[in-house]
Design a binder for this molecule. Structure first.
Ligand code: CO
Length: 305
């Protein structure tokens, strides 16, 4: 049976904003605590691309996580990590680390630049449902060899989670069925990708420019936080733009004109539970947060080693 594809429209767009996190890391936040209610099951997306080691070398020294997952994707440079499970190493260029904090981990994440000082990467946070918040913590790392690349009709997809043309990314058994794709669309090309109706869908532009839905009327979307000198009145989305899609529809469409575009595309099934969030700990209730911080003080936070 051939179902008609309904292409999703953009709900709103904005640019990631400079912020300071960890021990003094200068990064760009695409969304976080303030906006997360719209992005269930995702909580936060940070863009730490920089050519200046002063932006990132202070890193993210030892800190806890509970009740959520962090997905670190490195394009260039690396992130040195160590954790309470005894894992340690470097997430290198082209690698992904999918960390499920579950009942709790302590870890540190220290970005390292290339010889030229470049460190390009993203960290996405995904929520866990109540049923899995206290699951056994785990780390999974995937190198370039384990991340399939699908190339067709001018589109190149690095498949971290999800599937394209019968190929599937290495991350599978996650409750919210997230998809995480790194997509490059060359100039004068159209990319259409199915995303189940009702799933949250977000794109974040790495470089280049493209149209992220079929609409060519810029007044049909919310452009949040634009500079009031911004007179741009086209629908092209360029670097550092966060594209938030409507929930209705079963595919997204990205089209390019004169330039190529590269973006990450994330989607997942909303959890639909209350969120109680303090710093690196994301639970359902304030009481669970209180308990987590009491356990940290008492030294009983780590349940599994
Ligand atoms: Co962390």
């Amino acid at each position: 049976m051939q179902a008609t594809t309904r292409v999703r429209r953009i709900k709103s767009i904005w640019k990631s904003e400079p912020t300071i996190e960890g021990a003094g890391v200068h990064l760009r936040r695409a969304f976080g605590n303030r906006e997360a209610h719209q992005f269930d099951p995702f909580l936060l997306l940070d863009d730490f691309r920089s050519d200046n080691p002063q932006d990132y070398i202070r890193g993210f020294p030892w800190h806890p996580h509970r009740g959520m997952e962090t997905i670190t994707y490195v394009l260039d440079g690396g992130v040195e990590h160590q954790d309470s499970l005894g894992n340690g190493g470097v997430i290198g260029a082209g690698e992904v680390q999918w960390m499920t904090a579950g009942s709790g981990i302590l870890h540190q994440e220290m970005p390292k630049g290339t010889r030229e000082g470049r460190m390009y990467g993203f960290q996405l946070w995904a929520n866990l449902p109540a049923s899995h918040k206290m699951m056994l913590p785990r780390y999974r790392g995937f190198g370039p060899k384990e991340i399939p690349i699908v190339e067709r009709d001018g589109v190149r997809v690095r498949l971290i989670a999800g599937s394209v043309d019968g190929a599937a990314g290495p991350v599978k058994d996650v409750v919210t069925r997230p998809e995480y794709l790194d997509v490059t669309v060359r100039a004068q090309t159209r990319f259409v990708h199915p995303i189940p109706h009702g799933h949250t869908a977000i794109a974040y532009v790495i470089e280049g420019q493209g149209y992220f839905d079929p609409c060519r009327d810029p007044y049909e979307r919310d452009e949040v936080g634009a500079n009031y000198f911004d007179m741009k009145r086209d629908c092209l989305c360029d670097a550092n733009t966060l594209v938030h899609y409507e929930r209705e529809g079963d595919a997204v469409q990205v089209e390019t004109k004169a330039y190529p575009v590269r973006f990450i595309l994330m989607s997942g099934q909303p959890i639909g539970e209350p969120v109680a969030w303090w710093g690196p700990i994301v639970m359902n209730t304030r009481e669970e947060l209180r308990q987590a911080f009491e356990e940290l003080d008492a030294g009983t936070f780590i349940k599994a080693r």
